[in-house]
Design a protein around this ligand. Structure first.
Ligand code: COA
Length: 332
């Protein structure tokens, strides 16, 4: 397929979730909803909230966790990519703030916007940078402070989201038999009306009107997104298995974006694998957008459930629409 000499591989992981927990009982106390409805329809029991601080703080803590755990010298980091839809500000990039916070003084970097597919889009970008031979250490962080754009009077959306950050380091692998083996990524802008945040951009600059209309919060047509997400994530997971001749037995884990347990189950079913081969932490954290997949990778790796050589299929679907999958052979 190509003549590359080595893959990029994940060589370090880190994560951060804030201490404050919002459980379903909390939402029962402020909205017309129930623990039973939320658990049955989404699989979420609780999520985390960062009351003081911003996405750069979530990303910085995740990066520092990675740096300390794996004994990385921040001065050796070449590039920092932050996948997020909740940057601290439009500019400068959250990546610049994180580089400053962690002492990555020799790095350059940028933010990447692909919503819930952000980590996978960032993964392909980071992989290409490493495979080019020009960069040896690329830090990819998925971080979102979703509570900052959640409307706590809208039961359709606010119960879904939480705050978190998680990071991976990509470095050259020894050969092409390990690391990031393949990715498949898709975009379809015709989905933009179903899942968005309308206010504050150049289309609808912030005004009293945009605030009155609640355009600085997440808007989602849940039913419409659910239908395409189920099909999109299941199809792309099947697509990456086919192109890499992977059977259900080959795959140690499906590592899916954590938006809804029913979407995750549909994807696993399409791949022909059971729940025991799916990484799940949606019950603890809800949908943390760009952070869900690296959070799963970090937790399952640290628990000893993901080990060197394991074949993993990552899959996500999000606003845009954006969706994709990655096939990884775990390297640490
Ligand atoms: N508590 C109680 N009832 C609720 C509720 C809540 N928190 N949220 C919605 N409802 C109600 C709705 O108002 C609706 O009532 P109605 O029939 O009287 O209008 C009913 O429950 C069913 O709503 P519906 O939207 O059909 O529920 P659903 O089964 O589709 O689940 C989502 C809603 C949001 C959980 C689901 O659509 C979903 O996960 N969508 C996709 C999310 C996603 O993947 N996004 C992409 C990545 S971010």
């Amino acid at each position: 397929m190509n003549d590359k000499k080595f893959n990029a591989a994940i060589t370090a992981v880190g994560m951060y979730v804030p201490d404050e927990v919002l459980d379903n009982k909390y939402f029962e106390s402020i909205l017309d909803t129930s623990d039973e409805w939320i658990v049955t329809r989404t699989g979420i029991k609780e999520r985390r909230k960062l009351s003081n601080g911003a996405t750069s703080d979530l990303a910085t803590e995740a990066a520092l966790d990675l740096i300390k755990t794996h004994n990385i010298d921040p001065k050796e980091i070449d590039v920092v990519i932050v996948a997020t839809v909740t940057p601290d500000m439009f500019f400068p990039s959250t990546a610049c703030l994180v580089m400053h916070n962690i002492g990555a003084v020799n790095a350059w970097g940028f933010d990447s916007s692909a919503a819930c597919s952000g980590f996978l889009f960032g993964l392909q970008t980071a992989t290409s940078l490493v495979e080019s031979g020009r960069y040896k250490k690329v830090l990819l962080i998925g971080a979102d402070k979703m509570t900052a754009i959640s409307d706590y009077t809208d039961r359709n959306t606010c119960i879904l989201f939480g705050d978190a950050g998680a990071a991976v380091l990509l470095e050259p692998a020894a050969d092409t038999n390990t690391g990031i083996m393949d990715t498949v990524l898709h975009c379809d802008g015709s989905g933009a009306n179903h899942l968005n945040m309308k206010g504050g951009g150049s289309l609808n600059p912030s005004s009293y009107e945009t605030v009155d209309k609640k355009w600085h919060y997440i808007y989602q047509d849940g039913k419409a997104v659910f239908k395409v997400a189920v099909v999109g994530m299941a199809n792309v997971a099947a697509e990456i298995m086919e192109r890499n001749n992977l059977t259900a037995d080959d795959v140690k884990y499906l590592v899916p974006h954590q938006a809804n347990l029913r979407i995750i189950d549909a994807t696993a079913q399409r791949m022909g694998i059971g729940r025991e081969k799916v990484t799940i932490n949606i019950h603890k954290y809800g949908n943390t957008t760009a952070a869900t997949i690296p959070l799963c990778l970090c937790e399952y790796y640290r628990e000893g459930k993901i080990v060197k050589g394991d074949k993993l299929v990552l899959a996500a679907f999000g606003a845009g629409y954006t969706w994709g999958a990655a096939y990884i052979r775990w390297s640490i």
